[in-house]
Each structure stands twice: as structure tokens, then as C-alpha cells.
Design a protein around this ligand. Structure first.
Ligand SMILES: Nc1ncnc2c1ncn2[C@@H]1O[C@H](COP(=O)(O)OP(=O)(O)O)[C@@H](O)[C@H]1O
Ligand SMILES: Nc1ccn([C@@H]2O[C@H](COP(=O)(O)OP(=O)(O)O)[C@@H](O)[C@H]2O)c(=O)n1
Length: 207
């Protein structure tokens, strides 16, 4: 079974995807980490994330970098959204994600284009959203627990900028697939959003 979970920054898609993977004993891939790794590599190589050739040169990163806590920072999230708009960067990361999705037994992937590009054949497609203010509050709290001193206003501004960039780009923009089911987590607890996600997958899973 392939489960696609898409949505904007800090909507709760990773939390839901991880819980679905645990529930159904499936491997999980946070595809945002791949774009974050490219962004971190661009910074390490002192290249320009806005230049497509520079970003492509940074696509060859080792598996170790994916565990680096620096990937979780707001700054890398912004840079990830810049490198991810380049079609050649998306092309460089495409097969790796398609292979993961289509491995024997299935998988859960979360990102922006899982249901539309990586696995349009997914058995269940979820689109997770929440208001920008609520997403910014959650991300602000999360960043604070990791030692960040960024203000709430800065986190909200950055989330809005990323929403705009991710939705307006021409290469695999953030859109809800026509056959996806929406979960608005704005006023749902983590437990309630996971329960809802499992109920949706149950209704769509192959028998
Ligand atoms: N329904 C929810 N209610 C409250 N907090 C949530 C909810 N879902 C996720 N969170 C918290 O919000 C933050 C961002 O969630 P995450 O799943 O990482 O989002 P995303 O993968 O969409 O960026 C995390 O700290 C997570 O624990
Ligand atoms: N499948 C994906 C996943 C992430 N991304 C990009 O990578 C950035 C970081 O993604 P992420 O999922 O780690 O970000 P959060 O939603 O966790 O804040 C996003 O802003 C997107 O620009 C993408 O383009 N396609």
C-alpha cells in the first residue's frame, strides 16, 4: 500500500505520515529532508541556492547529512524552498523518491508533490492543512525547543513566503490532488488528526 501525505509547512503532515507508517508497519520517507539536504550542501559549498546549476551541483549528498539537526532550522527550510523550485533539482531527486514509494510492500511519503508527481498511483492520498497562524505557532514552539530564538512574527513571515513560493512555482507546485482527502488540523489534537488519517486510509486501502 502506498500512502501519500502532502501539505504546507508545519501543517502536521510529518506527524501524520510517521504515525501511519507505525500503524501499517510501512517504511516512511520525509521528502522535505532531501530538499533541505540540498540546501545545506549549497551552503556548505558556498554556492547560490537561487542559481539552478549551483543547486544541481549540491544534489549529490551522502545519507549521513539527512540526520544532521541543522536541516531542521528555519534558514535551511527557506533555502530548501528556493532550491526545490529548480526543475533540474526536482529531476535529480525524482527517481530516488519514486523507488522508495514503489518498493515491495509499499511506503508512506510526505511532502508537496507525492500525490501529484511521485506516486499518482498511491492507494490513499491525504492533504493536510492548517491556518498560517496555527502552523507558525507550532513551528515557533518546535524551533524554540531546539534552541532557536527567532520571533513568532519572523516564523510566520517565513512560512507565508514559503507557502507562496511552493504554491506558485511551475515545477511540481504545492496543490491538492483532485482525488486527495483534506484534513484540516487547525483545531484537531495530534491524536485526533492521526485517528482521522487512519479512518481515511481504511476507507481507501486495497482489500
Ligand atoms: N494537530 C496538531 N496539534 C498540535 N501540534 C501539532 C499537530 N500536528 C503537528 N503538531 C506539531 O507541529 C509541529 C510541526 O508538525 P510536523 O508534523 O513536523 O509538520 P510538517 O511535517 O507538516 O512540517 C511539530 O512540533 C508537531 O509536534
Ligand atoms: N516533496 C517536496 C518536499 C519538500 N519540498 C520543498 O522543501 C521545503 C522544505 O520541506 P519540508 O517538508 O521539510 O518543510 P516543512 O513542511 O517540514 O516545514 C519546502 O518548503 C518545499 O519547497 C518540495 O518542494 N517537495
Amino acid at each position: 500500500m502506498i500512502i501519500a501525505v502532502d501539505g504546507p509547512a508545519a501543517s502536521g503532515k510529518g506527524t501524520i505520515a510517521k504515525a501511519l507508517a507505525r500503524h501499517y508497519h510501512l517504511p516512511h520517507l520525509d521528502t522535505g529532508l532531501l530538499y533541505r539536504a540540498v540546501a545545506a550542501n549549497v551552503a556548505r559549498m558556498e554556492l547560490d541556492p537561487a542559481k539552478e546549476a549551483d543547486a544541481v551541483a549540491a544534489c549529490d549528498f551522502g545519507a549521513l547529512i539527512l540526520a544532521d539537526p541543522v536541516l531542521r532550522t528555519d534558514e535551511i527550510g527557506q533555502a530548501a524552498s528556493i532550491v526545490s523550485a529548480h526543475p533540474l533539482v526536482r529531476a535529480a531527486l525524482l527517481q530516488r523518491q519514486k523507488r522508495f514509494a514503489h518498493q515491495a510492500g509499499g511506503a508512506v511519503l510526505d511532502g508537496r508533490d507525492i500525490a501529484t508527481v511521485i506516486a499518482p498511483d498511491a492507494d490513499a492520498k491525504l492533504f493536510v492543512k492548517a491556518t498560517p497562524q496555527i502552523r507558525a505557532r507550532r513551528r515557533h514552539t518546535e524551533l524554540q525547543t531546539h534552541g532557536s530564538t527567532l520571533s513568532f512574527d519572523k516564523v510566520l513571515t517565513d512560512i507565508r513566503a514559503r507557502d507562496e513560493r511552493d504554491s506558485s512555482r511551475s515545477a511540481a507546485p504545492l496543490v491538492m490532488a483532485p482525488d486527495a482527502v483534506l484534513i484540516d488540523t487547525s483545531f484537531l489534537s495530534i491524536e485526533a488528526s492521526i485517528e482521522k488519517a487512519i479512518a481515511i486510509v481504511e476507507a481507501h486501502s486495497p482489500r
